[in-house]
Design a protein around this ligand. Structure first.
Ligand code: FEO
Length: 407
């Protein structure tokens, strides 16, 4: 693949990771992901962010660089917006090819450069708002945006083209194959990338939502004509669309999220499962969209995206050896880590012979700022009485979600 030109002297070098790989070693990527580096060429040349050293992917990067053409010894500066190895792990090889390049990094990134790669020379630590003249009208300005998504992160803005190289912020899952810019997307593809942005956000960024909002505030007043993230599509027709999407995703932390309900259920022998259709019926009676996930069949990566976006959650799990069915405890632990906060919540499930799931559920959801309604729990198999209560309680939960979202 060739590099993709954004404008005179600015190029994107996207490298696609395929769907069989797990992002961060744990997140399924059914549609893969792109890792985008950028070249900005004035009289001097800057490389912004780098490729992951995995599955011979740097060969794609090298071919794209050659297509511009730029040789390794022509690169004067390596700007590292973010040190996570998906953007830096090829750095040792790059340094062998060009030992003379100068790093532009934040103070914290300089510490990480040493601890990850043993690099401590040719480092220029940038001040927030500092600029670097590349000549021929190209000027890079650096903005510290910590914790999007590591503490050392910054964004880089090229003044002449008004392009923001935002690294993880405003990124998405999904490979870049035939289209690279938002104005090349069909409506279906546009929706695809926004959905992929949501799933990426819920998996990778959600814990740092407060910092996302601070970062967006930090960019206030900057004339941004193009958002060039390190994952996913480049937004040049309507960069505001992805900024507003990220601001909306971040707002779900405090809530309310969208007027939707996500039902997450697990069952050992079908006694908890038998309530699911009645739960769904109750939500639908209030006209709300309902998304249903079975645990452990569905990976928590997909569940997180739906739960993050939904103002209401209904969780079903039976008791297992005096505690909660273990796969659901894993989901709740991930909800704690990813700050799935401020939801309207109903729990249901079979108590088996004596119960225990509700006790563990109460413990695991402490601190999540969830607003519960009366749970539905029964010994052994459910009866018509439980089916009726399931409809009634799911309907009540849906009413609460609607009120929450209208408040
Ligand atoms: Fe794409 Fe946080 O690295």
């Amino acid at each position: 693949m060739n590099a993709v030109q954004l404008t005179e002297g600015i190029y994107c070098l996207p490298v696609n990771l395929e769907s069989y790989q797990l992002f961060e070693g744990m997140w399924p990527m059914p549609n893969g992901i792109s890792i985008n580096s950028y070249i900005v060429r004035g009289e001097k040349t800057a490389l912004i962010d780098l490729v992951e050293d995995v599955n011979n992917k740097p060969a794609d990067f090298e071919a794209e660089l050659a297509s511009i053409p730029v040789t390794f010894d022509e690169i004067d500066y390596l700007v590292i917006n973010h040190m996570e190895p998906d953007h830096t792990s090829w750095l040792p090889t790059l340094l062998q090819k060009n030992p003379d390049l100068t790093f532009y990094v934040t103070t914290k990134a300089a510490d990480l450069l040493k601890s990850f790669y043993g690099v401590s020379e040719n480092i220029h630590i940038v001040e927030d708002g500092e600029s670097l003249e590349l000549g021929a009208g190209k000027v890079l300005t650096f903005f510290e945006t910590p914790n999007i998504h590591w503490p050392e992160t910054m964004m880089t803005y090229e003044q002449s083209s008004k392009t923001l190289f935002s690294c993880d912020a405003f990124g998405s899952y999904g490979t870049l194959d035939d289209v690279y810019f938002d104005d090349q997307l069909s409506t279906r593809q546009h929706d695809f990338f926004l959905n992929e942005a949501l799933r990426y956000y819920a998996n990778i960024v959600s814990s740092f939502s407060t910092f996302v909002l601070k970062g967006i505030d930090r960019l206030e007043g900057l004339d941004i004509q193009t958002i060039a993230p390190s994952h996913g599509i480049i937004w040049r027709e309507n960069p505001q669309a992805i900024i507003e999407s990220y601001a909306r995703f971040a707002s779900y932390l405090k809530g309310p999220a969208e007027p939707e309900v996500t039902v997450i259920w697990s069952s050992m022998y079908g006694n908890t499962e038998r309530l699911v259709k009645h739960i769904v019926q109750g939500v639908r009676m209030e006209g709300l969209p309902v998304h249903v996930y079975q645990v452990p069949d569905e990976h928590v990566g997909a569940i997180l995206a739906s739960a993050w976006k939904s103002a209401g959650l209904i969780l079903g799990m039976p008791t297992y050896e005096y505690e909660m069915f273990p796969p659901m405890a894993w989901v709740l632990d991930m909800f704690r880590r990813k700050k799935i906060w401020n939801k309207k919540v109903l729990r249901f499930g079979s108590a088996g012979w004596v119960g225990g799931a509700q006790r563990e559920f109460t413990k695991l959801t402490e601190g999540l700022k969830w607003d519960f309604i009366e749970p539905i729990e029964w010994k052994g198999a459910p009866t018509q009485g439980e089916f009726d209560v399931a409809v009634k309680q799911a309907q009540l939960l849906a009413k609460n979600v609607k009120a929450f979202c209208q408040a």
